[in-house]
Each structure stands twice: as structure tokens, then as C-alpha cells.
Write a protein that binds this ligand. Sequence first.
Ligand SMILES: Cc1cc2nc3c(=O)[nH]c(=O)nc-3n(C[C@H](O)[C@H](O)[C@H](O)COP(=O)(O)OP(=O)(O)OC[C@H]3O[C@@H](n4cnc5c(N)ncnc54)[C@H](O)[C@@H]3O)c2cc1C
Length: 353
Amino acid sequence: MTSSPAAPTSAPHSANGAGVLVVGAGIAGLACARALRDAGVPVRVVDRGRRPGGRMAGRTLHGRTVDLGASYFTVPDGSAFGEVVARWEGKGLAHPWSDTFTVLDAHGTGGGSPLESSRTTTGPMRYAAVGGLRSLLVDLAEELGADEERRVDVQLEQAVTSVHHDGTVDGSDDGVRYDTVVLAMPEPQAARLLAPGSVVAAALDTNAWEPTIAVALGFAERTWPADLHGAFVEASVVVSFLADDGDRRGDGAPVLVAHTTAGFAREHLEHPDGAVEAVVAEVSALLGLGESARPVWNHAHRWTYARTTASHPEPFALHERIGVCGDAWGDRSSVPTAWASGDALGRAIAARR
Ligand SMILES: Cc1cc2nc3c(=O)[nH]c(=O)nc-3n(C[C@H](O)[C@H](O)[C@H](O)COP(=O)(O)OP(=O)(O)OC[C@H]3O[C@@H](n4cnc5c(N)ncnc54)[C@H](O)[C@@H]3O)c2cc1C
């Protein structure tokens, strides 16, 4: 991985029309790059961020990493993603977190706090990462860069500003013409890079994307049950999901991360810190925390495009030199969907060469 801009002609695969540029080093972009690399196609990845990860992001807060994006991921039966997850497990990076979460009804049903009348729900195993989910994508990016013969550069802090139908891009490697440019990002972000009315732009659904604000709350000590794990919150206008970050990361830190509802996030997108007070009050009410158990620190992170509510049945879009992949393509908006979409697009591009 590198964060220094490369000269347009320095990469062996960036001669005109010779390779693929993947824009976006989230899980879809890295899966796409991996499939291309495995098929022997020259590929390069750029991302505007300082680190890979996209919405599997975390941040160091008060001395430890806190997951602020995706809360966990699942592994669909028989999916190729399972092999990648098994490798992460083998390296001690990822681990099964829980298949059972709490369900909290914000109104409560028994007169006490919603926690007292909570129930549990069991579903697929949810996986977490000891170093935060981003560490898994750092590992993927490092693996792509480590292959001596088919090395894939993942270049950071490179924002692409537009993508043209002839395979050229602005903002990164101006003037280089790629066989294919892949946009591995939320559709509203991809649409901004494309000419309005182009075939691929017309295939995007930019209206179904919902925001959320993730609020990390650090406490002096843990005063909630050890088996809370994650909690789906029903009937709250403020909070939709609550994760015990110390539990999922395995260090037992007294840290919760609340995700707001989309409606509440819309009211606070301009100033996410303005959401904190209401989130603290809602979390305290949900868990029945007393005044003495107020958080000692907090951090709010805005996700303008957290997820889409309208997935495409197709696994990706690909027309001539431009492809789009990500969590909007396939099953519901999620980490395994984004992986499968990127992987499928990489294979499709390789197959047509
Ligand atoms: C708060 C939250 C909670 C979630 N919870 C879960 C969960 O529990 N389980 C689950 O499975 N999924 C969850 N998700 C969804 C999951 O995070 C996404 O489905 C998945 O990470 C999407 O990956 P992606 O690669 O498609 O896109 P992204 O991760 O968004 O990656 C896109 C990348 O493109 C880069 N980029 C964008 N524009 C440009 C540009 N112009 N130039 C260069 N680079 C650019 C971005 O920097 C980013 O790194 C959650 C998401 C959020 C936000």
C-alpha cells in the first residue's frame, strides 16, 4: 500500500488500454482486484481515504480501535467469501462473535426498562475482528501488494474526480487509458463520477441510500449484561442498533456503539455531534442505566450513504469500459454482498479479455 501519487506511466499495466483501474478499496473493490489478479489481469486500486476499508471502518478512540461502520459480517453457506474468512480466522484476525443478539423494544412491555423485557433472536453466526473490521481489509490490501509476480498496488489518498467512457479518469493518472475502470462504492458516489445519461449512470439507483450516524460511547465500567452482544432496537425513532464493542472485539472494554435510525440521522447530517445527547438518553433508557452510568466520552461519525434499501438483482453493472460493483448489487446491502459483487465483476472482466 502506498499513499504517494504514482506517475501516470510508472506502472507496467498502465500503458494505454492494458489494465484495470479499481476505484475504491472497500471490500467490493479489493474482492474485484483479487479476482482480476488471480486471473492474471493487471490491476491497480486507488482510494481517496488514508486507509483501505470504506464502510468497514474504525477509529482509534481513547487508546483502542472502535468499529464505527459495519458492526459484523456473516458468511453465506457455500460462498467463496468463506475461504477468505477462514484465512482471516487462521491468522487470528477474525473470529465468530455471536449468533444470538438481543431485541429491545424501546417502549418496553413490563413496566421496567426495555432491557428487562428484552428477548433474544438467533440467526447466522456474526463475525468480528480483534483489530476492528478495517484490519481485515488492510490484510487483503497487503496480500494483494505482496505477490511478487502479480503485484497489485493499492494507492491511497487518490480521489478520482471523473471517469470517461474511453477508460480515462481525472484525479488519478490523468491521461492513462484503462481497459476497464471499476467503481466500487455507493451508487450516489459512483454517479458523481460518470457523465449524466451514460449507460452505466442510468443503471444506478441513487435515491434509495440511507444515512446513519454511529455514536461510540465510552463508559467508566461495564454495567450492562455480558450477553447483550448486539441489540436490534425496535420502535425507537433514535437508535436502530446497539453493539457491545468490547464484547465483539474481545477486550471487554466498556464501549458501546449505537447506530441511529435513518430518519434521525437525516436531521443531524450537517452536525453529527448534535445527535449525541439524544442517543445517550435513548441508550440509557434502553439499558436502564442510572445517572451514575453516563458515558465518559463519546464520538459521532456520519455515514451519508450507509446502505441502500433497493438492491439490484444483478451482481454488478458493466458496459464497455466501465463497471460498478458494491453492496447494492445482489442480496441485501451487506459485507458479503459487496464481496460477492466485486468478485463477480472481477471474474466477468477477466472472462471477456
Ligand atoms: C454504520 C454502518 C453499519 C453497517 N452494518 C453492517 C453490518 O453489521 N453487517 C454488514 O454486513 N454490513 C453492514 N454495513 C454495510 C457494509 O459496511 C457495506 O455493505 C460494505 O462495507 C460495502 O462495501 P463496498 O466496498 O461496497 O463500499 P465501501 O465500503 O463504501 O467502499 C467504497 C470505497 O470507495 C472510496 N471512494 C469513494 N469515492 C471515491 C473517489 N471518488 N475516489 C477514490 N475513492 C473513492 C471510499 O473511500 C471507500 O473506501 C454497515 C454500514 C454502515 C455504514
